[in-house]
Design a protein around this ligand. Structure first.
Ligand code: GLN
Length: 456
């Protein structure tokens, strides 16, 4: 813990941690020490971790990297961060992210960008660590903590993991309680660990998962010993390669990474089969209707009355002006865009044409996966991202769609509620990490982790 606190102090330029909690860390580390000495050490006893700013942490600023939550210190702890504390983990502080987890580059954060510790060979251009869990990925990659929490609504754990050479798993929807995690799109949001390797991911995921009556979508299903699944033996497993993920203009290095990954699994005894997920091409448009729709409704609660920031109002202003000014000042441009898109697709005249249609498409996407799994496929192998980490500003000056295209391989997994993991398996021509994604059957994280372990 002390070594991490020191490393964090020296790594201010990465802007990974946005709130430091050294007192809490040292207190929990001392308590962990006593438990270790007493021979009563839980799974993560004394392990220093970072917590994404989206998680409510009692008495500690929890702002979802938004101005609108300025000064908000929750009275309660999220179930997931409480589970981690109960497992002995030591919280070092809160981690940077895209505002309300909307983004793929950490550039929408009210705290400014977190920076990727990786650099292109021979170049100094600062790169994004990805997003929205960019601070978590940067902190783990730069050894500022042993692991971190992330959340994933459309790829926000897996894409930053791929951009930083770390491992990130989004479990099945319902595995981790969403209670106390600031909501973005409630039917898609899941928490998960970001770690240095697959074994750490297995250990931390197990500590994070639990049934929680306070989240109505939490699943009352036993949590297996995930670490025990890492036997290295994947003989006889069927791994599917979906042809629809073979996008036009895919960089040769991503194609090679994907082929190498398949070869590696085959060498380990798995059977590689071609599969089809025919509705894949509708996933991004469906996601970018459903996620903003849910966000616009979830973000209605930030009104300047109940939490955080309240705008100064002029004499004669009423409550409507107070709401408007607070929301105009408190939300950044990307969040405002999503609220507007979401409100539009939910409005009376357009609800059927957009929101309901997107929900029907979502059902078809889920059915594609159901069919493939019913045919005996255990896991699906795809690239995690269409490229390596990009430079700051490279995607933001164009239209927002360019940034949304980054989520092409990850959003299907959230729409279908499935577990997905990103594993670093190679580098691009400039030495930057690249990752592959494995997608598993619902509730089969153990199986998914075991295949990921073989790929690592
Ligand atoms: N990049 C996606 C978005 O902006 C995913 C975000 C996430 O998973 N939280 O919506």
């Amino acid at each position: 813990t002390e070594a991490c606190l020191k490393a964090i102090e020296g790594a201010g330029a990465l802007n990974a941690f946005v709130h430091h909690t050294p007192e809490i860390a040292l207190e929990r580390a001392a308590a962990a020490d006593l438990r270790l000495k007493a021979g009563d050490a839980p799974a993560m006893c004394g392990l220093p971790i970072g917590i994404k700013d989206l998680f409510c942490t009692k008495g500690v600023p929890s702002q979802a990297a938004s101005r609108i939550l300025e000064g908000f210190k929750p009275e309660y702890e999220s179930t997931v961060s409480q589970n981690l504390a109960d497992a002995g983990a030591v919280m070092l502080g809160k981690l940077n992210m895209d505002e309300f987890a909307m983004g793929s580059s950490n550039e929408t954060s009210a705290y400014g960008n977190a920076i990727n510790p990786w650099r292109r060979e021979g170049a100094d251009t600062p790169l994004t660590p990805g997003g929205s869990s960019g601070g978590s990925a940067a902190a783990v990659a730069a050894d500022l903590c042993l692991a971190a929490t992330g959340t994933d609504t459309g790829g926000s754990i897996r894409q930053p993991a791929a951009f930083t050479g770390t491992v990130g798993i989004k479990p099945t929807y319902g595995r981790c309680s969403r209670w106390g995690i600031v909501a973005f799109a409630s039917s898609l949001d899941q928490a998960g660990p970001m770690t240095k390797n697959v074994r750490d991911a297995a250990i931390m995921l197990e500590a994070m998962c639990s049934y929680d009556a306070k989240d109505s979508t939490s699943a009352d299903i036993p949590v297996p010993n995930f670490e025990a699944a890492l036997t290295g033996d994947i003989r006889g497993k069927k791994i599917g390669i979906p042809k629809e993920y073979q996008m036009d203009g895919m960089p040769a290095e991503i194609e090679k990474l994907w082929a190498d990954g398949a070869a590696m699994l085959k060498d380990a005894g798995a059977e590689i089969v071609d599969i089809s997920l025919p509705h894949t091409k509708y996933a991004l448009p469906a996601y970018y209707v459903i996620a903003p729709a849910e966000a616009s409704s979830n973000l209605a609660r930030y009104d300047g009355v109940r939490y955080g920031h309240r705008a100064k109002i002029d004499a004669g202003d009423g409550i409507t002006e107070m709401y408007e000014k607070t929301r105009a000042e408190g939300f950044g441009p990307e969040v405002q865009r999503r609220v507007m898109v979401g409100t539009y697709v939910l409005s009376a005249g357009f609800y059927d044409a957009y929101y309901n249609r997107a929900r029907r498409v979502r059902t078809l996407i889920k059915k594609d996966f159901d069919d493939v799994f019913a045919a005996g496929v255990d896991c699906i192998l795809t690239p995690a991202t269409p490229s390596a980490a990009f430079g700051l500003g490279e995607m933001t000056d164009a239209d927002p769609i360019k940034m949304y295209l980054n989520d092409i391989f990850t959003v299907t997994v959230n729409l279908a509620g499935l577990p997905g993991i990103a594993v670093p398996t190679g580098t691009d021509a400039q030495g930057l990490p690249l990752g592959l994604q494995l997608i598993g059957r619902p509730w089969e994280e153990a199986d998914l982790l075991s295949s990921a372990y073989a790929l690592e």
